[in-house]
Design a protein around this ligand. Structure first.
Ligand code: MP5
Length: 220
């Protein structure tokens, strides 16, 4: 069994939990509040900004065959940031002065740490898992969202065919990387797969639950 299939099997319970998250179901069913969706938009905008740095750090260490696809991925992220800005303007969401929520901060630090301190294959595992998580999460939303939902452009960004192809490419490459490393490194890759999945769940939870830090009231 391939590395990615093996992890998906081991972590099936966590992935089910992620894909049944109220944020996704409420967005699909049209019951999500503008406040909640706006919170996710603000925080994900910060995350995607950090994603550009993460990919650039990976690019610096990438094997030759990964250079072009990573350049294309960075370019896609820059377009994605424009999508966020346009949609924020349409929906009256203000990005100015957004501070990272506790989870966003931790997840961004995790990206930076893995990009710089872990092996290339380990960092690539984080990239694949986060992208696969978004693909599957937004597929749940796409299967049932109203045609006139104002959040459709986001849904399509990650649930569409182009993104599916990108995730399939990442999966093939991840499985190749995993096949070439030793047992210890593969165990570390598996641990990062799980940790990234946990961060993804925590991120949806933050979008629903709030941007505050533990024990600190919003106004502080
Ligand atoms: C992604 C994202 C997908 N935007 N936010 C989180 C919390 N996880 C994954 O990454 P990308 O780079 O927007 O496709």
């Amino acid at each position: 069994m391939s590395f990615s299939a093996e992890q998906r099997e081991c972590l099936a319970g966590l992935w089910e939990r992620m894909l049944a998250h109220p944020f996704l179901l409420q967005t699909r069913d049209g019951t999500i509040t503008d406040e909640t969706f706006g919170r996710w938009m603000r925080q994900d905008y910060l995350f995607v900004e950090q994603g550009v740095h993460f990919l650039a750090a990976l690019l610096a260490r990438a094997p030759k065959r990964h250079r072009e696809p990573l350049c294309e991925a960075i370019n896609a992220l820059l377009h994605e940031l424009t999508l966020f800005e346009e949609q924020a303007q349409n929906a009256g969401v203000d990005f100015a002065g957004t501070r990272p929520a506790f989870v966003t901060h931790a997840y961004m630090q995790f990206l930076t740490a893995t990009a710089h301190a872990c092996s290339y294959a380990e960092a690539y595992t984080v990239l694949y898992t986060a992208e696969r998580a978004y693909y599957e999460s937004w597929r749940v939303v796409e299967d049932g969202i109203a045609a006139d939902s104002k959040w459709r452009p986001f849904v399509h960004n990650w649930a569409g065919e182009a993104f599916a192809d990108y995730v399939a490419h990442l999966e093939r490459e991840l499985d190749q990387l995993a096949a070439a490393v030793g047992a210890d490194e593969r165990r570390r890759m598996a641990a990062l797969f799980e940790l990234t999945t946990r961060y993804e769940i925590a991120f949806w939870e933050m979008a629903v639950g709030g941007e505050t830090w533990p024990a600190i009231p919003e106004a502080a």
